[in-house]
Design a protein. Sequence first.
Length: 433
Amino acid sequence: RGFVDLLLEVLQFFGYAAQGKPLHFFDAANLSDLIRAIAPMMLVRYHGCRPLHVIVILSSWARLIECMTLSYWVANSILPIRRLARGLVPAMVVTTVGFLAFTHASYEIEETPMKLWPDVFFRSFTLLITAGLPGSPQGVSDFKLFLTYMSVLLFTVFFLNIFIGVIGEQYIYERDRMHLSFQHLRATSCHSYLLRTKVLPCSLLSSRAATASTVVAMGICLAIQIISAWLGSLVPGAWAIFIALQLFIVLACYQCPECSWSHKGNRQHYMWNFQMVGELREPWQKEETLLEQFEKVIQDQVSVLSAKVSDVGSSSRQSSSNLQKSLLRKLDSVESRIARVENKVSRVERQVVEKFEKVDADVLKNREQLAGLAPPPLPGQKSRGDHRRNAAAALEADGWLGSGGAGNNKYQPKRAPRTSESQSSAASSAPSD
């Protein structure tokens, strides 16, 4: 069994190496598995070593408890006990320091020389752990009797009761989070399984054939053990048969041709590794209910949305302000263009008026000449002098022979009235040309 366990650990190491993370193999759990795998193999060489026998026996029974934790209902009671050690370290350190302190004091006040190990340590353990006081105070000094009473009161009543209370609180804490511990245990097992699939062939047998072969191999192993117990000694070559059959059982457990991890070269798949950064809560912290956690998440999301809405509002106000400024600039540009056009129209009007006044002055100079150019009178009209006078009056009535003033010129252009605002804008934006 130790050889097969060591082979599984080696395969797991190569699985980490295939991921490019070989150093992740060296953690406390894998190191303890290595020790449990090597200890049974050392029995072949050191068969008479009693401490080694004890280690193998205890590790084998511990492995049986680990197999039982695969069931949720069994793990509900066993997993909290298995995970107590991590929370008991501080209390255990304080208790050990107190025990060593009183043991050292007992060793110093002994009147007769005694060995620290095992005499003084045994007497101190009996006194502090079991509160075993001496049968009679006769022959005991007053100071030693006082130290004995103080040791029992302080260590047995104070330290041990606190240590027991810490154990109870830690057990309740681990039991409340047992579902997480159980999921972590199964996830760790699945992770180790998938790491080994990176090295082992997984498509040698079908799933049904592998299951049937496993049952047959387990039956053969059980039969060999029964025969060995009946004969009182191992069957010759039993250890080689056990190694071969256990290797076959392990290999059969990884046979699944239809699974994704068995297609190493045909299909690409991924394995995600998660590592817990910290505990969900400490033992002394108050556990939040699901409703409180949900309300906290909702409040966080509402605050995030409110911040986004305020950002959008500020950006919209900024954009509307920019648009208003742009419209004002465009309106100013249009007004300046209108003012320039009005200035050009005014200049054209002045030029037209000047030309008409010049023409009117030229007409006045030739008034007599125009009057002399009048056509002869028709039959029935008066004399020629009257004709000239009537022709000049007609030309003057038509505006051709006016006095030259602007008021008498019928071709005086009519100007549209301007408001004071347009006049001020025109004056402010008039071009320099």
